[in-house]
Structures are given as C-alpha cells and as structure tokens.
Design a protein around this ligand. Sequence first.
Ligand SMILES: Cc1cc2nc3c(=O)[nH]c(=O)nc-3n(C[C@H](O)[C@H](O)[C@H](O)COP(=O)(O)OP(=O)(O)OC[C@H]3O[C@@H](n4cnc5c(N)ncnc54)[C@H](O)[C@@H]3O)c2cc1C
Length: 507
Amino acid sequence: MRRKIKNAANYSDVVLIGAGIMSATLGVLLKELQPDLKITIFERLDLVAGESSDAWNNAGTGHAALCELNYTPEKPDGSVDCSKALKIYDSFQVSRQFWAYLIEKGILPSPESFIQSVPHMSFVHGENNVNYLKKRYDILSQYAPFKDMSYTEDGEAISKLIPLVMEGRNPEEPIAATYTDAGTDVNFGNLTRMLFDYLKSKDDVKIRMHHEVTELKQLEDGNWCITLNNLATKKSNKKKIYAHFVFVGAGGGALPLLEKSGIEEGKGFGGFPVSGQWLKCNNPDVIERHNAKVYGRAAVGAPPMSVPHLDSRMIDGKKELLFGPYAGFTTRFLKEGSLMDLPSSIKLNNVIPMLQAGLHNIDLTKYLIEQVMQSPEDRLEALKEYFPNAEMKDWELLMAGQRVQVIKKHPELGGVLEFGTEIVAASDGSIAALLGASPGASTAVDIMVQLLQRCFKEEFATEEWQEKIKAMIPSYGQSLVADESLFKQINDWTNEVLGLKSTTVTV
Ligand SMILES: Cc1cc2nc3c(=O)[nH]c(=O)nc-3n(C[C@H](O)[C@H](O)[C@H](O)COP(=O)(O)OP(=O)(O)OC[C@H]3O[C@@H](n4cnc5c(N)ncnc54)[C@H](O)[C@@H]3O)c2cc1C
C-alpha cells in the first residue's frame, strides 16, 4: 500500500489532470464514494470543458447505438454484427442512471440544461445500404431497448419526419430509415460545468485553472510528484505537488503525459490526431424544419467516428442544426495544442507501432488528406447527400474538437489504430490515463467506474463502496439489453427523472 502524506500542504489524495467530462465524472464519483478525499484538479485553460467536452466541440449525441451505423458493422459474409451496439447501449444507461441519481440528490440542478429527447434516425440510400439497414433493424429490434424502433422504406413516411432530407431527392432511388423517440442530445459542456460547480462547493476539492502539468514522476514511496506551470503568470515557475493517485484526464493531451509518467504499461502507445469541422446552419427557418439526429453510413476509408450526420441540437437553450463532422488532419493533439504535439509524441518505444498502423490504414490517410483538401463546394456536396436542397449561404464552417485515436502494439501486425477508448493504468493502481475518444462522453460513467475497479481495488471490493455504487447505478453489473424487466424499470426511472420521452411513435 502506498504511503499517504496526509498533512502536507502540497499533498492531495487524488490529482485529476484536465477539466473535461472525464475528470468531472471521476471527481464526483470519488467524492460520493469517499467524501473525505482531498482532490486537486489542474486545467491548462482558463475555462472548464474548453476542449472536446464543450457542446460546440462534440456532436452531443447520447450514444446509445439507436442510430450510429458504425457500431453495427457489416461482416464480409454480409451479416451485421450488433455486439458493440448492445455494449454501448448498456454503457449509456449507466451514465443515465448516475445522472438521474445526481438529480435526485440535488447535486445536478436540472436535467433540461444538459439532456433533451431528440429522435434518433438512421437514413440510407442505395440498394446495398437499404439491405444492410433492414438486417441491422431485424437483429436489434429483438432486444427490449430497440423494440420501439421503427423501420420504413416509405418515402412519404420519411418525408413527414425529416422533410429536409427528402425534398429534392431522386424518387427512384431506394431509401430506408429507422426512427426512435428514445434518442437524446446531451450538452456535455454544461454537464461538466455543473459537475465542477458541485466539486468546487466541497471541502478538500481545489480546482486550479491555467495550470499545466508538465512532468509526472513516481517517488520511491509510490506517491507521484506532479510538476506544474502556472500559465497565468506567463513565466516558467515549476511548482510541485504530490499525490497518492493521479488520473490523466487530459483528453488529447493524455498521451504525452502518459509518456512522461514512464510507466511500463504506457510503452508502445501512440496517437493519431483527427480534427473535425462542422457546418452550422444560420437560417432559423431551416433549423426549425428539422427535428432529429440523422446518421448515415461512412464513406470507404472514413474513420468510423466521423460518419456525417444532420443533427438537431439544443445548445444553451437554443435549437441549432449542425452537419458533420468533416474529418481532417493536423499534428495538434488539442484544439488549443501545438503543431509539435504529434512529432514530440514519437518515441523509440512507439515508432514501430505508429509506422505499422500508418501502413495498415492507407485508406484512412487517403480519406483524411481528401477531407483536408475539401473546397466549400465539396462540403456542400457532402451536405446535399443528407439535405439535397441545401444552400451554402445558410451555413458557416466551425472547428470541432480534436480527437486522438489510439495506436497500440500488435503481436502480428506491429501496430494497430483503434477507434475506441482505452484506460491505461499502472499495475500498482497509482496512475491511470484515458486515451481515445469514442464513444466518449456518453460512456464516461461506465469508463470511470471501470477505472475505479482497477485502481481502487481494495476500496471497490468493500461493502461500503459496493452499496454506494448500487445506489448510484442500480443496474451495476447487469445488462439491460439482456433483461427486459430490468430495462423497463431502469429506463422508466431515468426517463422520468431526466425529463425524457418514454414512448415512441411508430412510423
Ligand atoms: C468532433 C467530435 C465529436 C464528438 N461527438 C461525441 C458525441 O456525439 N457523443 C459523445 O458521447 N462523445 C462525443 N465526442 C467525444 C467526447 O467529446 C470526448 O470523449 C470527451 O469530451 C472527452 O472528455 P475528456 O474529459 O477526456 O477530454 P476533454 O474534454 O478534452 O478535456 C481534457 C482537458 O484536459 C486539459 N489538459 C490537456 N493537457 C493538460 C495538461 N498537461 N495539464 C492540464 N490540463 C491539460 C485540456 O485543456 C482539456 O480541458 C466527440 C468528440 C469530438 C472531437
């Protein structure tokens, strides 16, 4: 067991690096589980949720696999693999339960400020894609959470739901859509800020903005020494603080810090940055005529998380319409990062996995280069796939958040590029970093509970923590997908507390 230095002024039981949704979630979970913990949070920007977690930097989809076709890939034999979709559904329900618990406890003030019901739809055209969507629907609709989803190939029915997607479309072309009212739009930025407001109100929690973590070093007694730069003073002033446990929740900035920690488990990891852009609609009449998140199928070589979608959003009480994200390439790991981020992350221990991953992903590289070279006309073409009568004058281009995809060693291939999220933790549980960004914020609670299981093993196994986890996440350890009555009970409760729609209109 590592020695705690309880009384030292510059000691914290827990240090969280980064003020995004992940640190916010972990901080609140830890404070609920062990209220006397001393926690310090460091953030390099002067605002909470300034990177990927801000509403304008991510798509705000409550990822529950209700519309995202990249979670249900078509296998070479033509069958559709729904296993990932079912896992993500369960994971999102873990978040919903924790948020409902926080509302009931008064920790989160109101659900409307961060979560809304928005229909989730998949829309495809072309015979192959129609066949694929039907197969996907046939499998998913056997499971309780997807039973209310409807499937149609009827253009008139689809027109009533998403007129913008149908107007101007070739009536001869085969089309199909699925529809459910059970979808959500989540303002992860507001949620993060509310969680931080709560943390700020607690004794023993300190939040230090404009503080960049520059070094991480484990001491002989197992504790960590964290070196900081106070960016507000604009001069290098290497302050040190000590911690028993460190979470590197630095989003795109996690990989460089993991490398600095020097832990064995972090060796061989690399990062591949994928930037994003949206088209934001500025025409109120157009915004008003669309009411759904409509996801399609990715182009060949496209990274799975950049499947474009035409999205109704609620941001700061205002309805918005966004299309994208268009993926792109930069060498920055953070939106507010440096062009040197990628080159300086290349080390002896990850150069082979990175080169090999590059060689195995020529399609992706080609796709990203094409995306970077896109002209406004090309972007309009992509938008017209979803909204045939779109006019460029109604749209403006905005930068989305930055994602860093995980590259890791592979015994046969040398290195692979992954599109998920990965917790990398030291074997002594004293430090953990979160790499990757998909499905991301929607599954923050599940990911952070997994992290607690790995890094706070002894505490997690106690009756006290187990009871508290069950109070926060009543379905903990069970699958809602596999148990219809549990699904109903939990879904009804979270719908009611979070103010979400509970029935779906069949189309
Ligand atoms: C284009 C796009 C679309 C997305 N769409 C969705 C979606 O629809 N649904 C969904 O669930 N998820 C989505 N995601 C993913 C989601 O946004 C992320 O998974 C999530 O926000 C990550 O949270 P985080 O706390 O790990 O990172 P962030 O929110 O990026 O926070 C990390 C923080 O760490 C700080 N930091 C970095 N380095 C340091 C350092 N050295 N010292 C101190 N502070 C540091 C940064 O400034 C930042 O504030 C999307 C992401 C992108 C980019």
